[in-house]
Design a protein around this ligand. Structure first.
Ligand code: KIV
Ligand code: ZN
Length: 515
Protein backbone atom coordinates (compact mmCIF):
# COMPACT_ATOMS: atom_id res chain seq x y z
CA UNK A 1 0.00 0.00 0.00
CA UNK A 2 1.49 3.36 -0.96
CA UNK A 3 1.74 5.69 2.00
CA UNK A 4 0.86 9.35 2.02
CA UNK A 5 3.95 11.51 1.41
CA UNK A 6 5.42 14.11 3.71
CA UNK A 7 7.37 16.67 1.69
CA UNK A 8 10.83 17.59 2.91
CA UNK A 9 11.68 21.29 2.62
CA UNK A 10 15.36 21.95 3.18
CA UNK A 11 16.36 25.40 4.41
CA UNK A 12 20.04 24.69 5.17
CA UNK A 13 21.05 27.33 2.63
CA UNK A 14 18.70 29.96 4.07
CA UNK A 15 17.84 29.44 7.77
CA UNK A 16 20.96 27.26 8.12
CA UNK A 17 23.10 30.08 6.83
CA UNK A 18 21.61 32.26 9.58
CA UNK A 19 23.60 30.13 12.08
CA UNK A 20 25.97 32.49 13.89
CA UNK A 21 29.40 32.38 12.21
CA UNK A 22 28.16 30.81 8.96
CA UNK A 23 28.94 32.29 5.55
CA UNK A 24 29.13 30.31 2.32
CA UNK A 25 30.28 31.20 -1.15
CA UNK A 26 27.90 30.74 -4.08
CA UNK A 27 30.01 27.79 -5.32
CA UNK A 28 29.68 26.09 -1.94
CA UNK A 29 25.91 26.64 -1.91
CA UNK A 30 25.66 25.14 -5.36
CA UNK A 31 27.60 22.08 -4.25
CA UNK A 32 25.30 21.58 -1.25
CA UNK A 33 22.22 22.11 -3.44
CA UNK A 34 23.41 19.36 -5.80
CA UNK A 35 23.87 17.00 -2.87
CA UNK A 36 20.41 17.90 -1.47
CA UNK A 37 19.06 17.05 -4.90
CA UNK A 38 20.70 13.62 -4.68
CA UNK A 39 19.27 13.21 -1.19
CA UNK A 40 15.88 13.74 -2.77
CA UNK A 41 14.51 16.69 -0.79
CA UNK A 42 11.34 18.05 -2.38
CA UNK A 43 12.10 21.75 -1.95
CA UNK A 44 15.40 23.59 -1.53
CA UNK A 45 15.12 27.05 -0.03
CA UNK A 46 18.18 28.42 -1.78
CA UNK A 47 18.26 31.78 -0.04
CA UNK A 48 16.57 35.10 0.63
CA UNK A 49 17.12 36.81 -2.73
CA UNK A 50 16.50 40.38 -1.53
CA UNK A 51 18.80 40.09 1.50
CA UNK A 52 22.15 40.31 -0.33
CA UNK A 53 23.75 40.04 -3.76
CA UNK A 54 25.31 36.74 -2.65
CA UNK A 55 21.89 35.29 -1.81
CA UNK A 56 20.38 36.58 -5.06
CA UNK A 57 23.19 34.97 -7.00
CA UNK A 58 22.89 31.70 -5.10
CA UNK A 59 19.14 31.46 -5.74
CA UNK A 60 19.71 32.29 -9.39
CA UNK A 61 22.56 29.83 -9.94
CA UNK A 62 20.79 27.01 -8.11
CA UNK A 63 17.61 27.75 -10.10
CA UNK A 64 19.57 27.60 -13.35
CA UNK A 65 21.39 24.41 -12.51
CA UNK A 66 18.79 22.10 -10.96
CA UNK A 67 16.86 19.91 -13.32
CA UNK A 68 14.40 17.26 -12.27
CA UNK A 69 11.48 17.73 -9.93
CA UNK A 70 13.15 19.45 -6.97
CA UNK A 71 11.61 22.85 -6.33
CA UNK A 72 13.76 25.88 -5.67
CA UNK A 73 12.40 28.47 -3.24
CA UNK A 74 13.39 31.99 -2.28
CA UNK A 75 12.24 33.68 0.89
CA UNK A 76 10.69 37.17 0.63
CA UNK A 77 9.16 39.62 3.09
CA UNK A 78 5.66 40.87 2.38
CA UNK A 79 6.68 43.74 0.14
CA UNK A 80 6.84 44.16 -3.63
CA UNK A 81 10.63 44.74 -3.84
CA UNK A 82 11.44 41.51 -2.03
CA UNK A 83 8.96 39.48 -4.06
CA UNK A 84 10.22 41.00 -7.31
CA UNK A 85 13.80 40.06 -6.40
CA UNK A 86 12.71 36.53 -5.51
CA UNK A 87 10.80 36.25 -8.81
CA UNK A 88 13.82 37.48 -10.79
CA UNK A 89 16.25 35.13 -9.07
CA UNK A 90 13.89 32.20 -9.68
CA UNK A 91 13.19 33.14 -13.30
CA UNK A 92 14.96 30.11 -14.81
CA UNK A 93 13.94 27.59 -12.16
CA UNK A 94 12.09 24.60 -13.52
CA UNK A 95 9.96 24.45 -10.40
CA UNK A 96 10.05 27.81 -8.61
CA UNK A 97 8.43 28.69 -5.30
CA UNK A 98 8.17 32.07 -3.60
CA UNK A 99 7.98 31.88 0.18
CA UNK A 100 6.51 35.04 1.70
CA UNK A 101 6.41 35.67 5.43
CA UNK A 102 5.22 38.27 7.92
CA UNK A 103 4.93 38.36 11.70
CA UNK A 104 1.54 37.36 13.07
CA UNK A 105 1.95 37.39 16.87
CA UNK A 106 0.81 40.51 18.72
CA UNK A 107 4.21 41.04 20.26
CA UNK A 108 5.91 41.08 16.87
CA UNK A 109 3.13 42.96 15.02
CA UNK A 110 2.94 45.81 17.53
CA UNK A 111 6.54 45.99 18.75
CA UNK A 112 8.62 44.93 15.77
CA UNK A 113 6.56 45.81 12.70
CA UNK A 114 4.80 48.68 14.53
CA UNK A 115 1.62 47.90 12.61
CA UNK A 116 -1.80 46.56 13.54
CA UNK A 117 -3.25 43.09 12.75
CA UNK A 118 -5.55 44.36 9.99
CA UNK A 119 -2.65 46.03 8.17
CA UNK A 120 -0.64 42.80 8.44
CA UNK A 121 -3.55 40.77 7.07
CA UNK A 122 -3.79 43.10 4.05
CA UNK A 123 -0.04 42.92 3.45
CA UNK A 124 -0.14 39.11 3.61
CA UNK A 125 -2.98 38.84 1.09
CA UNK A 126 -1.63 41.42 -1.35
CA UNK A 127 1.84 39.82 -1.19
CA UNK A 128 0.54 36.36 -1.98
CA UNK A 129 -1.43 37.85 -4.89
CA UNK A 130 1.67 39.68 -6.13
CA UNK A 131 3.88 36.58 -5.77
CA UNK A 132 1.33 34.63 -7.86
CA UNK A 133 2.25 36.86 -10.80
CA UNK A 134 5.72 35.25 -10.76
CA UNK A 135 4.85 31.64 -10.04
CA UNK A 136 1.92 29.42 -9.16
CA UNK A 137 3.63 27.86 -6.20
CA UNK A 138 3.45 30.31 -3.29
CA UNK A 139 4.11 29.50 0.34
CA UNK A 140 3.01 31.77 3.16
CA UNK A 141 4.44 31.84 6.70
CA UNK A 142 2.85 33.71 9.61
CA UNK A 143 6.03 34.24 11.62
CA UNK A 144 5.81 33.35 15.33
CA UNK A 145 2.63 31.36 14.65
CA UNK A 146 2.88 29.46 17.95
CA UNK A 147 2.53 32.72 19.93
CA UNK A 148 -0.18 34.08 17.65
CA UNK A 149 -3.80 34.51 18.72
CA UNK A 150 -5.51 31.38 17.31
CA UNK A 151 -8.54 33.14 15.81
CA UNK A 152 -6.22 35.58 14.03
CA UNK A 153 -4.05 32.71 12.82
CA UNK A 154 -7.07 30.91 11.30
CA UNK A 155 -8.19 34.19 9.71
CA UNK A 156 -4.84 35.01 8.09
CA UNK A 157 -4.36 31.41 6.85
CA UNK A 158 -7.86 31.40 5.37
CA UNK A 159 -7.24 34.73 3.64
CA UNK A 160 -3.87 33.77 2.10
CA UNK A 161 -5.23 30.44 0.84
CA UNK A 162 -8.12 32.31 -0.77
CA UNK A 163 -5.50 34.60 -2.34
CA UNK A 164 -3.70 31.60 -3.86
CA UNK A 165 -1.16 30.30 -1.31
CA UNK A 166 -0.56 26.64 -2.08
CA UNK A 167 1.40 25.88 1.11
CA UNK A 168 0.78 27.43 4.53
CA UNK A 169 3.65 27.11 6.93
CA UNK A 170 3.27 27.18 10.72
CA UNK A 171 6.58 28.40 12.14
CA UNK A 172 7.51 27.88 15.75
CA UNK A 173 9.90 30.76 15.22
CA UNK A 174 11.16 31.02 18.79
CA UNK A 175 11.07 27.28 19.56
CA UNK A 176 8.42 27.77 22.25
CA UNK A 177 6.01 24.90 21.62
CA UNK A 178 5.94 21.44 23.21
CA UNK A 179 4.94 18.45 21.06
CA UNK A 180 1.36 17.75 22.24
CA UNK A 181 0.52 21.47 22.14
CA UNK A 182 2.00 21.88 18.66
CA UNK A 183 0.21 18.77 17.39
CA UNK A 184 -3.06 20.21 18.73
CA UNK A 185 -2.40 23.53 17.03
CA UNK A 186 -2.05 21.76 13.67
CA UNK A 187 -5.22 19.76 14.32
CA UNK A 188 -7.10 22.94 15.22
CA UNK A 189 -5.94 24.52 11.94
CA UNK A 190 -7.33 21.57 9.97
CA UNK A 191 -10.67 22.07 11.77
CA UNK A 192 -10.98 25.84 11.81
CA UNK A 193 -9.59 27.01 8.48
CA UNK A 194 -12.45 26.30 6.05
CA UNK A 195 -10.34 26.17 2.88
CA UNK A 196 -7.37 24.29 4.40
CA UNK A 197 -7.89 21.41 1.95
CA UNK A 198 -6.70 23.77 -0.81
CA UNK A 199 -3.20 24.03 0.69
CA UNK A 200 -0.50 21.84 2.17
CA UNK A 201 0.22 22.44 5.85
CA UNK A 202 3.91 22.86 6.52
CA UNK A 203 5.78 23.23 9.80
CA UNK A 204 9.03 25.03 10.58
CA UNK A 205 10.26 24.33 14.11
CA UNK A 206 13.16 25.92 15.94
CA UNK A 207 15.05 24.04 18.59
CA UNK A 208 15.33 26.51 21.47
CA UNK A 209 13.84 23.98 23.92
CA UNK A 210 15.22 20.96 22.07
CA UNK A 211 11.74 20.06 20.74
CA UNK A 212 12.11 20.85 17.03
CA UNK A 213 12.13 17.30 15.66
CA UNK A 214 9.50 16.02 18.11
CA UNK A 215 7.24 18.99 17.32
CA UNK A 216 7.60 18.33 13.59
CA UNK A 217 6.60 14.69 14.02
CA UNK A 218 3.66 15.64 16.26
CA UNK A 219 2.54 17.99 13.49
CA UNK A 220 2.67 15.20 10.91
CA UNK A 221 0.50 13.05 13.17
CA UNK A 222 -2.05 15.84 13.09
CA UNK A 223 -2.16 16.62 9.39
CA UNK A 224 1.03 18.47 8.39
CA UNK A 225 2.43 17.20 5.09
CA UNK A 226 5.58 19.29 4.74
CA UNK A 227 8.44 19.55 7.22
CA UNK A 228 11.02 22.31 7.02
CA UNK A 229 14.43 21.93 8.58
CA UNK A 230 18.16 21.90 8.10
CA UNK A 231 20.80 19.22 7.76
CA UNK A 232 22.60 18.70 11.09
CA UNK A 233 19.96 20.91 12.76
CA UNK A 234 21.66 24.14 11.64
CA UNK A 235 19.76 27.41 11.78
CA UNK A 236 19.10 30.59 13.70
CA UNK A 237 20.08 30.36 17.43
CA UNK A 238 19.67 26.72 18.56
CA UNK A 239 18.83 25.74 15.00
CA UNK A 240 15.93 24.17 13.14
CA UNK A 241 14.52 20.67 13.14
CA UNK A 242 17.28 18.32 12.08
CA UNK A 243 16.19 16.94 8.72
CA UNK A 244 18.06 13.66 9.20
CA UNK A 245 16.16 13.15 12.45
CA UNK A 246 12.69 13.80 11.06
CA UNK A 247 13.41 11.72 7.96
CA UNK A 248 14.65 8.75 9.99
CA UNK A 249 11.70 9.05 12.39
CA UNK A 250 9.37 8.72 9.43
CA UNK A 251 11.43 5.90 7.91
CA UNK A 252 12.02 3.91 11.10
CA UNK A 253 8.49 4.34 12.50
CA UNK A 254 6.59 4.17 9.20
CA UNK A 255 4.18 1.53 10.47
CA UNK A 256 3.24 3.73 13.39
CA UNK A 257 3.21 7.08 11.58
CA UNK A 258 1.69 5.77 8.35
CA UNK A 259 3.54 8.23 6.08
CA UNK A 260 6.66 8.20 3.91
CA UNK A 261 9.11 10.64 2.31
CA UNK A 262 10.77 10.78 -1.12
CA UNK A 263 14.23 10.74 0.47
CA UNK A 264 17.07 8.41 -0.52
CA UNK A 265 18.18 7.79 3.07
CA UNK A 266 21.51 6.33 1.88
CA UNK A 267 22.59 9.89 1.03
CA UNK A 268 22.05 11.18 4.58
CA UNK A 269 25.51 10.52 5.98
CA UNK A 270 27.27 12.00 2.97
CA UNK A 271 25.03 15.09 3.02
CA UNK A 272 25.65 15.60 6.72
CA UNK A 273 29.42 15.30 6.22
CA UNK A 274 29.40 17.75 3.34
CA UNK A 275 27.31 20.32 5.22
CA UNK A 276 29.48 20.00 8.32
CA UNK A 277 32.63 20.36 6.25
CA UNK A 278 31.49 23.33 4.17
CA UNK A 279 29.90 25.22 7.08
CA UNK A 280 32.84 24.32 9.33
CA UNK A 281 30.51 23.23 12.16
CA UNK A 282 31.41 19.87 13.61
CA UNK A 283 28.58 17.45 14.38
CA UNK A 284 28.56 16.51 18.08
CA UNK A 285 29.55 12.87 18.64
CA UNK A 286 26.27 11.86 20.30
CA UNK A 287 24.06 13.61 17.72
CA UNK A 288 21.15 11.37 16.67
CA UNK A 289 21.57 9.64 13.28
CA UNK A 290 24.80 11.31 12.09
CA UNK A 291 27.00 11.69 15.20
CA UNK A 292 30.22 9.66 15.33
CA UNK A 293 28.80 7.64 18.25
CA UNK A 294 25.28 7.21 16.84
CA UNK A 295 25.91 3.56 15.96
CA UNK A 296 28.68 2.76 18.44
CA UNK A 297 28.05 0.40 21.31
CA UNK A 298 30.33 0.91 24.27
CA UNK A 299 28.93 -1.18 27.12
CA UNK A 300 29.80 -4.87 27.27
CA UNK A 301 26.16 -5.94 27.51
CA UNK A 302 25.20 -3.95 24.41
CA UNK A 303 28.21 -5.17 22.43
CA UNK A 304 27.43 -8.74 23.38
CA UNK A 305 23.80 -8.31 22.28
CA UNK A 306 24.68 -6.68 18.95
CA UNK A 307 27.21 -9.42 18.14
CA UNK A 308 24.50 -12.05 18.73
CA UNK A 309 21.78 -10.15 16.90
CA UNK A 310 21.91 -6.48 15.85
CA UNK A 311 18.20 -6.03 16.60
CA UNK A 312 18.90 -6.36 20.32
CA UNK A 313 20.16 -2.79 20.57
CA UNK A 314 19.91 -1.26 17.08
CA UNK A 315 16.70 0.25 15.70
CA UNK A 316 18.29 1.40 12.45
CA UNK A 317 20.81 -0.19 10.14
CA UNK A 318 23.73 2.27 9.82
CA UNK A 319 23.94 1.28 6.15
CA UNK A 320 20.46 2.72 5.62
CA UNK A 321 21.88 6.22 6.08
CA UNK A 322 24.91 5.42 3.93
CA UNK A 323 27.30 4.99 6.84
CA UNK A 324 30.13 2.74 5.73
CA UNK A 325 32.26 0.90 8.19
CA UNK A 326 34.65 -0.63 5.77
CA UNK A 327 37.91 -0.95 7.60
CA UNK A 328 39.90 -1.59 4.42
CA UNK A 329 42.82 0.76 4.88
CA UNK A 330 44.94 2.28 2.17
CA UNK A 331 48.64 3.07 2.15
CA UNK A 332 51.71 3.86 0.13
CA UNK A 333 51.29 0.90 -2.20
CA UNK A 334 47.63 1.50 -3.06
CA UNK A 335 47.07 2.42 -6.68
CA UNK A 336 44.87 4.87 -8.56
CA UNK A 337 42.14 2.28 -9.24
CA UNK A 338 42.01 1.35 -5.55
CA UNK A 339 41.72 4.98 -4.56
CA UNK A 340 39.00 5.58 -7.15
CA UNK A 341 36.89 2.67 -5.96
CA UNK A 342 37.41 3.55 -2.28
CA UNK A 343 36.36 7.14 -2.92
CA UNK A 344 33.30 5.99 -4.84
CA UNK A 345 32.36 3.83 -1.91
CA UNK A 346 32.59 6.94 0.27
CA UNK A 347 30.30 8.78 -2.16
CA UNK A 348 32.84 10.81 -4.14
CA UNK A 349 32.49 10.54 -7.90
CA UNK A 350 35.46 12.25 -9.52
CA UNK A 351 36.31 13.37 -13.02
CA UNK A 352 39.67 12.24 -14.44
CA UNK A 353 41.32 15.57 -13.54
CA UNK A 354 39.88 15.50 -10.03
CA UNK A 355 41.11 11.93 -9.55
CA UNK A 356 44.59 12.91 -10.79
CA UNK A 357 44.77 15.72 -8.28
CA UNK A 358 43.34 13.58 -5.44
CA UNK A 359 45.80 10.78 -6.24
CA UNK A 360 48.73 13.20 -6.05
CA UNK A 361 47.58 14.44 -2.62
CA UNK A 362 46.97 10.86 -1.53
CA UNK A 363 50.52 9.80 -2.46
CA UNK A 364 51.90 12.85 -0.71
CA UNK A 365 49.98 11.95 2.44
CA UNK A 366 50.96 8.28 2.20
CA UNK A 367 54.62 9.32 2.29
CA UNK A 368 54.04 10.86 5.68
CA UNK A 369 51.35 8.61 7.16
CA UNK A 370 51.58 4.84 7.08
CA UNK A 371 47.91 3.92 7.25
CA UNK A 372 45.25 5.99 5.52
CA UNK A 373 41.71 5.48 6.83
CA UNK A 374 38.28 6.54 5.57
CA UNK A 375 38.45 9.62 7.81
CA UNK A 376 41.80 10.60 6.25
CA UNK A 377 40.32 10.21 2.77
CA UNK A 378 37.28 12.29 3.68
CA UNK A 379 39.62 14.95 5.00
CA UNK A 380 41.71 14.76 1.84
CA UNK A 381 38.58 15.25 -0.27
CA UNK A 382 37.63 18.21 1.86
CA UNK A 383 41.03 19.76 1.08
CA UNK A 384 40.49 18.97 -2.62
CA UNK A 385 37.16 20.80 -2.46
CA UNK A 386 38.84 23.85 -1.01
CA UNK A 387 41.48 23.76 -3.76
CA UNK A 388 38.81 23.43 -6.47
CA UNK A 389 36.58 26.12 -4.96
CA UNK A 390 39.35 28.61 -4.37
CA UNK A 391 39.67 31.36 -6.88
CA UNK A 392 42.69 30.76 -9.06
CA UNK A 393 43.92 34.22 -8.26
CA UNK A 394 44.22 33.77 -4.51
CA UNK A 395 47.12 33.65 -2.04
CA UNK A 396 48.94 30.31 -1.75
CA UNK A 397 51.44 29.00 0.76
CA UNK A 398 54.73 28.31 -1.02
CA UNK A 399 57.21 27.89 1.82
CA UNK A 400 57.28 28.20 5.55
CA UNK A 401 59.97 27.92 8.23
CA UNK A 402 59.46 28.34 11.93
CA UNK A 403 61.60 28.32 14.99
CA UNK A 404 60.23 27.95 18.49
CA UNK A 405 61.25 26.40 21.77
CA UNK A 406 61.51 26.93 25.48
CA UNK A 407 64.39 29.37 25.29
CA UNK A 408 63.95 31.38 22.08
CA UNK A 409 61.37 33.83 20.78
CA UNK A 410 59.09 32.07 18.27
CA UNK A 411 59.65 33.32 14.73
CA UNK A 412 58.36 32.48 11.27
CA UNK A 413 59.40 33.09 7.69
CA UNK A 414 56.69 32.72 5.06
CA UNK A 415 56.65 32.80 1.28
CA UNK A 416 53.22 33.27 -0.34
CA UNK A 417 52.38 33.49 -4.01
CA UNK A 418 50.03 36.39 -4.60
CA UNK A 419 47.00 36.70 -6.90
CA UNK A 420 49.13 38.50 -9.52
CA UNK A 421 51.69 35.69 -9.60
CA UNK A 422 54.44 37.27 -7.42
CA UNK A 423 56.17 35.48 -4.57
CA UNK A 424 56.53 37.51 -1.41
CA UNK A 425 58.66 36.63 1.61
CA UNK A 426 58.02 38.01 5.10
CA UNK A 427 59.00 37.17 8.62
CA UNK A 428 57.75 37.90 12.08
CA UNK A 429 58.11 36.94 15.70
CA UNK A 430 55.13 36.12 17.91
CA UNK A 431 53.93 34.80 21.25
CA UNK A 432 54.02 31.31 19.75
CA UNK A 433 54.72 29.76 16.34
CA UNK A 434 51.12 30.19 15.10
CA UNK A 435 51.08 33.83 16.18
CA UNK A 436 54.39 34.41 14.38
CA UNK A 437 53.11 32.70 11.22
CA UNK A 438 49.83 34.68 11.23
CA UNK A 439 51.66 37.97 11.73
CA UNK A 440 53.96 37.19 8.80
CA UNK A 441 50.94 36.32 6.63
CA UNK A 442 49.23 39.58 7.66
CA UNK A 443 52.23 41.56 6.45
CA UNK A 444 51.80 40.01 2.98
CA UNK A 445 48.01 39.99 2.70
CA UNK A 446 47.40 43.28 4.54
CA UNK A 447 43.63 43.05 4.76
CA UNK A 448 42.93 43.74 8.44
CA UNK A 449 40.50 41.34 10.13
CA UNK A 450 40.05 39.84 13.59
CA UNK A 451 40.69 36.19 14.36
CA UNK A 452 37.59 35.04 16.27
CA UNK A 453 38.02 31.26 16.36
CA UNK A 454 40.94 28.85 16.21
CA UNK A 455 40.48 25.12 16.68
CA UNK A 456 42.60 22.02 15.99
CA UNK A 457 41.05 18.57 15.62
CA UNK A 458 42.81 15.35 14.99
CA UNK A 459 41.28 13.49 12.02
CA UNK A 460 42.19 10.03 13.33
CA UNK A 461 43.84 8.53 16.38
CA UNK A 462 47.63 8.11 16.47
CA UNK A 463 50.69 10.27 16.73
CA UNK A 464 50.97 10.67 12.92
CA UNK A 465 47.34 11.86 12.60
CA UNK A 466 46.37 14.74 10.34
CA UNK A 467 45.64 17.96 12.22
CA UNK A 468 42.52 19.71 10.90
CA UNK A 469 42.49 23.41 11.77
CA UNK A 470 39.36 25.57 11.65
CA UNK A 471 39.62 29.33 11.96
CA UNK A 472 37.14 32.15 11.61
CA UNK A 473 38.09 35.75 10.91
CA UNK A 474 35.74 38.70 11.11
CA UNK A 475 35.62 41.90 9.12
CA UNK A 476 32.79 44.44 9.14
CA UNK A 477 30.77 42.09 11.39
CA UNK A 478 30.86 39.32 8.77
CA UNK A 479 32.57 36.03 9.69
CA UNK A 480 34.71 34.04 7.24
CA UNK A 481 35.64 30.41 7.74
CA UNK A 482 39.00 28.89 6.89
CA UNK A 483 40.14 25.27 7.03
CA UNK A 484 43.51 23.64 6.63
CA UNK A 485 44.82 20.12 7.15
CA UNK A 486 48.30 18.71 7.43
CA UNK A 487 50.26 16.25 9.54
CA UNK A 488 52.18 19.33 10.74
CA UNK A 489 49.75 21.44 12.77
CA UNK A 490 51.61 24.71 12.24
CA UNK A 491 51.40 24.23 8.46
CA UNK A 492 47.70 23.28 8.88
CA UNK A 493 47.21 26.49 10.89
CA UNK A 494 48.86 28.57 8.16
CA UNK A 495 46.74 26.93 5.44
CA UNK A 496 43.54 27.53 7.43
CA UNK A 497 44.33 31.20 7.94
CA UNK A 498 45.23 31.74 4.28
CA UNK A 499 42.01 29.93 3.30
CA UNK A 500 39.95 32.27 5.53
CA UNK A 501 41.65 35.39 4.13
CA UNK A 502 41.18 34.16 0.53
CA UNK A 503 37.49 33.53 1.18
CA UNK A 504 37.11 36.92 2.82
CA UNK A 505 38.75 38.71 -0.10
CA UNK A 506 36.81 36.79 -2.73
CA UNK A 507 33.42 37.21 -1.00
CA UNK A 508 34.04 40.92 -0.50
CA UNK A 509 35.05 41.30 -4.15
CA UNK A 510 31.93 39.43 -5.20
CA UNK A 511 29.73 41.81 -3.20
CA UNK A 512 31.56 44.89 -4.51
CA UNK A 513 31.28 43.75 -8.15
CA UNK A 514 27.55 43.36 -7.73
CA UNK A 515 26.92 46.69 -6.03
O1 KIV B 1 11.60 30.88 11.89
C1 KIV B 1 10.85 31.46 11.09
O2 KIV B 1 9.74 31.89 11.41
C2 KIV B 1 11.33 31.61 9.73
C3 KIV B 1 10.33 32.11 8.75
C4 KIV B 1 10.93 33.06 7.79
C5 KIV B 1 9.65 30.95 8.09
O3 KIV B 1 12.45 31.26 9.42
ZN1 ZN C 1 13.29 29.89 10.95
Amino acid sequence: MSQEKVLIFDTTLRDGEQSAGAGLTVTEKLEIANQLNLLGVDIIEAGFAASSEGDFDAVKKISNSLSGTTKVASLARCNKEDIKKAGEALEKAKNPRIHVFISSSDVQIWHQLRKNPEEVLDMAVSSVEFAKQYCDDVEFSPMDATRTDKEYLYKILNAVIAAGATTVNVPDTVGFAVPSEFGNLIKSITRNVDNIADAIISVHCHNDLGNASANSIAAVQNGARQIEGCINGLGERAGNASLEEVIMNIETRKQFLGVATNIDTKQIYRTSKMVSDIFGFQVQANKAIVGANAFRHASGIHQDGVIKNRDTFEIMDPKSIGWTNNSLVMGKLSGRAGLKSKLEELGFKLSKEELDSAFKSFKDLADRKKIITDADLENLMSTQRRINNNDKDSYKLEEMHISSGTTNIPSATIILSTPDGKKIKENSTGTGPVDAVYKAINKIVSSPSTLTEFKIDSVTKGIDAIGDVTVRVEKNKQGYLGRGADTDIIIASAKAYINALNRMISMQQHDQNNN
